[in-house]
Design a protein around this ligand. Structure first.
Ligand code: ANZ
Ligand code: ZN
Length: 826
């Protein structure tokens, strides 16, 4: 067995040594500092979702930050002024829970973890601009949450109301609808119940239409999946409100329907069991006690359960009747849990023939079913399946014979003319519940005065800092721990000076993360949340990178805040993130990594065993970034091998830096320029794995050129190896820097610049052309791609095969289409 020359010449690639060597050099050079005032380069704002300081970095972080780095480092190499900042999303329950367990201040746990993660990010060679760091639990940051709250309050966009809210008995706090997953608390998996409480809300529903309509701007730039999730979450539906007279009641009841065309098919009415209307209708009827028992029994069910089509239907007949406004029919009124109290009007007309839940209910309660849309589907009373297709209206008076769209228009017109209803819109989106009964968050900057009401804390008293955790019992108990800090709670009214009480709730941590991206450019400015000049320089974010788990809440709230701040006049744009990339998860053997499953891979072990570059490379090379990375299928040792092959090349080059590449071997030069071109295209279209594949091919071609081609001294070899180092700098910064050094260049390679691709070298050497006689292929020839029609025609006629075929005859016509085809007509 022979060993190749480079293996004999050079010592083995030592990643640990290389890592230790370059970190302190980079610390000094700070290649990722962004945005000095005189910077003339065009800007790019590349943002990774900031981490929660839950402990040290894990495999998921390693993937996310490797991907964000490829993008940031690429744009730097392409000559952009890149801002790639990082900070910490540092408030929240885990810190509080850890603090309770260890009986210490949540601050300590939080800042310790931040320090750990920060050190790990440095070792992982993240291309962050460390001058812009902040943590959301710093009073200098949350001061601006409070400022923002007050701005919203001024405009009526922050308000308090009593309502039945989601309550987690485990965390002893309220949850936003978004934080209830399949009826369970997102944090602790306890079944969520309803509780009537007075809570703070942000009026995101005022922005529902804009949040929906502005998504047009994001199409093709955000993943379709995310746009769909946002659309569904906002859930705009177009329909009509229709008034039904109730026997024995003066006021009619308004129902909301998306299918006013089916009005003649209504056979009963259903009101939400937990609505005030239901209680009122039941009161004094023989059904009252049955109703009350039923109401108790459904209290624990979540909205999602209630709406589920596969849930057995239940309800109580209230012994009351509504009159169908179009045909005067008497419809029995039922109370059921499948109608929600806070959607639409909390009351529906049931059309069992054309609505599945109504049909299930009708079948369970033996209520009539009447088809009013004749489609080619099976009769619903036989099949048990409601028909939803279009067709001709039947059993529908004046609507008979119309199709669905025309029937909707006609009935809406008629209802409106008769004053019986009008077209209406509804949204699934609810206002954002922002108050939490926990300690570790931003205190709500409101003072409650008996005389003056809710008075904001004056701006010059911000930040309103958290009281010391010492002496406070942080254990969940249904009331905010801040309530026990009496010295802090008791204050005077900023308006009248009388004794008053501070609000004791803290803000949902989603408030912190819904505007943090505006803060980075101005992170050291303590006079305002951000300066307009900084905003105009840097925002919107050009590229946002993060997990799909934030596809609804975080992105929707960020879009909402952006629009509000735009309306206040502080921003010149209405969408915060121009492009979005969602990375997949890192899994093991097909399932999420977790301690309890015993398939947790420790990032520190992987880094120890294979080095930073190989782990980064493995993450990026494993497949398209949107896909999950299955660590069981990844080969970090394969990555190490590849990196050593690349590194060896740099030791083989014998020409000097600055040598004129133009005189180099043309085949290798072409391979180099093609790789640079293709890798750039791949990176810009988020196909980082493809970019790496191109680098691997070039490494092979260069190895061949050194060992058996033009040799190590050829300038094309230096050109190739320099290009390899620069392309590798996006994923394997240590190896790349070491190669750059061995090639005789100064650090940092991160700012060396992407080599200019020579378009001439991208042209293929030869292409195949066909020669036809009377449309039949007679010959194939190789021609330069730049050949002209006249040249290719001459070549064709002179070809021996063709000359023999023609045998002296003069063609009637010759059609040449360079460089592809010549057709000779005889
Ligand atoms: C009659 C009808 C006939 C309906 C038909 C549908 C099909 P989206 O699109 O989600 O807005 N609905 C109205 N309010 C409700 C509530 N509070 N709880 C549960 N369901 C409610 O759906 C609106 C439709 O859902 C409405 O249109 C109503 O049923 C029902 F062939 O009215 B429909
Ligand atoms: Zn007062």
């Amino acid at each position: 067995m022979t060993t190749s020359r480079d293996e004999q010449t050079h010592a083995a690639y030592d990643f640990a040594y290389v890592q230790e060597k370059w970190l302190p050099v980079w610390d000094k050079l700070e290649p990722f500092k962004s945005g000095r005032a005189d910077d003339k380069r065009p800007k790019k704002y590349v943002l990774d979702m900031f981490p929660y300081p839950s402990g040290d970095l894990h495999m998921g972080h390693a993937e996310a930050y490797a991907l964000g780095d490829v993008i940031a480092r690429y744009w730097i190499q392409k000559g952009f002024n890149v801002m790639h900042p990082i900070g910490w999303d540092a408030f929240g329950l885990p810190a509080e829970n850890a603090a309770i367990k260890r009986n210490e201040d949540p601050r300590i746990w939080t800042y310790e973890n931040i320090a750990t993660q920060k050190a790990s990010m440095r070792r992982y060679a993240c291309s962050f601009d460390w001058d812009r760091v902040f943590n959301t639990c710093d009073p200098e940051y949350y001061k601006w949450n409070q400022w923002l709250f007050i701005e919203l309050h001024k405009r009526g966009l922050a308000y308090r109301k009593d309502s039945a809210v989601n309550w987690c008995p485990g965390c002893q706090t309220v949850l936003a609808n978004e934080q209830v997953v399949a009826g369970l608390c997102e944090r602790c998996d306890t079944a969520v119940t309803k509780k009537k409480l007075n809570q703070w809300y942000f009026k995101i529903t005022d922005y529902a239409d804009r949040l929906l309509d502005d998504m047009k701007e994001l199409e093709g730039k955000w993943p379709d999946k995310v746009l769909t999730m946002q659309r569904n979450w906002i859930g705009r539906s177009q329909g009509a409100n229709v008034n039904f007279v109730i026997e024995g009641r003066t006021e009619p009841v308004t129902i909301y329907t998306t299918r006013p065309d089916t009005l003649y098919g209504a056979t009963f009415m259903v009101v939400a069991v937990d609505s005030e209307l239901a209680a009122e209708l039941a009161s004094g009827t023989p059904a009252e006690s049955e109703f009350k028992t039923y109401l108790e029994s459904v209290k624990a069910a979540s909205d999602i359960d209630r709406l589920a089509t596969d849930r057995p239907k239940s309800g109580v007949f209230l012994q009351r009747y509504a009159i169908n406004p179009v045909n005067g029919e008497k419809l029995p009124i039922w109370a059921s849990d499948y109608v929600l109290a806070d959607y639409g009007t909390g009351a529906i007309m049931a059309v069992p023939a054309h609505d599945q839940r109504d049909l299930d209910f009708a079948r369970a309660m033996k209520l009539p079913v009447r088809v009013v849309v004749q489609s080619d589907e099976e009769d619903p009373s036989v099949s048990g399946v409601a028909t939803t297709g279009d067709g001709k209206m039947i059993n529908s008076g004046s609507l008979n014979g119309l199709n669905k769209t025309d029937a909707i228009t006609a009935i809406n017109k008629q209802l409106e003319a008769d004053g019986l209803g009008k077209s209406a819109r509804n949204y699934r989106l609810r206002d954002w519940l922002v108050s939490r009964q926990r300690y570790w968050g931003t205190p709500i900057p409101i003072v409650h005065c008996e005389k003056c009401g809710e008075i904001p804390v004056p701006a010059d008293q911000l930040p309103l800092t958290l009281p010391d955790a010492k002496g406070l019992d942080l254990k969940p108990k249904g009331q905010s721990p801040l309530a026990a800090a009496t010295d802090w709670v008791n204050t005077s009214c900023p308006k009248c000076g009388a004794a008053a009480l501070r609000d004791t709730d803290t803000m949902d941590t989603f408030v912190d993360s819904s505007w943090y991206f505006l803060r980075y450019p101005s992170s050291t400015n303590h006079n305002e949340p951000f300066s307009r000049a900084d905003i105009d320089t840097w925002l919107p974010v050009d590229q946002y990178v993060g997990g799909v788990t934030h596809a609804i809440l975080h992105l929707l709230y960020s879009r909402f805040f952006t629009k509000v701040l735009h309306d206040i006049g502080m921003l010149g744009f209405t969408e915060p993130f121009t492009r979005l990339l969602n990375q997949g998860m890192v899994v093991m053997d097909g399932s999420a990594m977790s301690k309890s499953r015993g398939n947790l891979v420790r990032l520190s072990d992987e880094l120890e065993n294979h080095g930073v570059d190989a782990i980064r490379l493995s993450m990026v090379f494993s497949g398209p970034p949107e896909d999950d990375v299955d660590w069981a299928d990844v080969s970090p040792s394969g990555s190490v091998k590849f990196l050593s092959r690349a590194w060896r090349l740099s030791g083989d080059v014998t020409s000097q830096p600055g040598v004129d590449f133009a005189s180099g071997n043309i085949a290798l030069r072409k391979a180099t320029h093609k790789a640079l071109h293709d890798a750039a295209f791949a990176v810009e279209s988020f196909r980082f794995n493809v970019a790496i594949a191109r680098v691997m091919e070039l490494v092979n071609a260069t190895r061949k050129a050194i060992d058996s081609g033009p040799g190590a001294a050829d300038p094309a070899v230096r050109e190739a190896v320099e290009a390899i180092a620069i392309m590798l700098s996006l994923v394997a910064p240590f190896t790349a820097e070491e190669m750059w050094d061995r090639l005789g260049h100064k650090p940092a390679i991160a700012t060396a610049g992407w080599p200019v691709v020579d378009e001439k070298l991208l042209v293929a050497d030869a292409v195949e052309a066909v020669i036809q006689i009377n449309g039949k292929i007679k010959e194939r020839i190789e021609v330069p791609p730049t050949i002209t029609d006249a040249e290719i025609e001459a070549l064709a006629l002179a070809h021996p095969t063709i000359a023999a075929e023609l045998n002296g005859a003069t063609p009637k016509k010759v059609i040449a289409r360079a460089p592809k085809i010549v057709n000779i007509v005889l």
